[in-house]
Design a protein around this ligand. Structure first.
Ligand code: AMP
Ligand code: FE
Ligand code: FE
Ligand code: ZN
Length: 289
């Protein structure tokens, strides 16, 4: 594959078993190759540990790797916001410290959630740990997998619909940095920040125009407006705002393997946007075949 075609078919948001995807980083690149993609960003939740294995699989698959992360941030109790970071330096001390804090908060929250669930369904913390490899970012999907194994729910979607959504009454939020601080952390680590699924049900609840303007002022690069979970009616106003604020518009699948219905490559980012995005990173380079 020549350099000219590296940016032809790019998916900027995917997950591996290092967070809550079901494909290993190496499998992820093979799935991407089979889907005809030329480059993917690996954006595990609050962790960069999958990059090494993914990068090692670039030559065999011919799929370029854009090193990324999906950072958990929040405005308030109900205002969870995910910020994608591309090309960050994974050794930047402030980022490293913040990621460790977020992952610890996630574990504490998951333990409380399992504790509450165990009063009504058969589940233990040991069950959950058995469904997450050591050192991965624990999330509700791993609890869902434990519930599936116990025969409590059919699949992850069933688990979210019945027990793991905020409406289920068991889930608590976990502490995370303010979104403006999240954008700052990514930028200071030499990365480019893009707001993940800003028109999703959860995001539209807290993303006011003022907040978006403040994120743009903090150095936000773009909005992920082409995403399977964005609610169509909320996209056009955000597209207008992106144009006014000079923000780029990206598209990505948020593929999680068999853990979610999103198909790899179902939403993509145009080559010129990918090139502009990569040009703005100074932390870690794209890994080319
Ligand atoms: P957490 O990280 O614990 O807040 O859990 C949220 C994660 O669960 C998100 O990253 C989604 O990938 C995943 N998720 C949310 N809803 C569903 C669903 N209905 N089916 C499968 N995965 C889901
Ligand atoms: Fe996820
Ligand atoms: Fe997300
Ligand atoms: Zn994601």
């Amino acid at each position: 594959m020549g350099l000219g075609s590296v940016f032809d078919a790019v998916d900027l948001h995917t997950h591996s078993t290092v967070s809550d995807g079901t494909d290993s980083p190496a499998q992820l690149l093979r799935v991407a190759a089979a889907a005809g993609l030329t480059a993917i960003a690996l954006t595990d939740h609050d962790v960069t540990d999958g990059w090494v294995e993914a990068a090692a699989t670039v030559p065999a698959t011919g799929v370029a790797l854009i090193p990324g992360i999906e950072l958990s941030t929040r405005y308030d109790e109900h205002g969870s916001i995910h910020v994608l970071g591309y090309g960050i330096d994974p050794t930047e001390p402030r980022l490293v410290a913040e990621l460790a804090t977020i992952r610890a908060a996630r574990v504490a929250r998951a333990e409380r959630l399992v504790e509450k669930l165990s009063a009504v369904v058969p589940i233990s913390w040991e069950d959950v740990v058995a469904h997450a490899a050591p050192g991965v970012t624990i999330g509700r999907p791993h609890i869902a997998d434990a519930l599936i194994a116990r025969g409590v729910v059919r699949d992850r979607s069933d688990a979210f619909a019945r027990l793991l959504s905020p409406r289920g009454g068991f889930v608590e939020s976990y502490p995370a940095p303010h979104p403006v601080e999240g954008v700052g952390l990514i930028r200071e680590a030499g990365g480019v920040a893009v707001l993940a699924h800003p028109a999703s049900r959860a995001a539209v609840r807290s993303l006011t125009e003022t907040r978006l303007m403040n994120l743009a002022r903090a150095g936000l690069f773009g909005l992920e407006l082409d995403h399977p979970e964005n609610i169509p009616e909320h996209v056009p106003p955000l597209r207008d705002l992106a144009a006014r604020l000079g923000l780029a518009v990206t598209g990505s699948s948020d593929y999680h393997g068999t853990g979610k219905r999103n198909r790899i490559g179902q939403c993509r980012t145009p080559a010129d946007t990918v090139i502009r995005l990569l040009a703005a990173t100074t932390g870690t380079r794209i890994v080319l075949p």
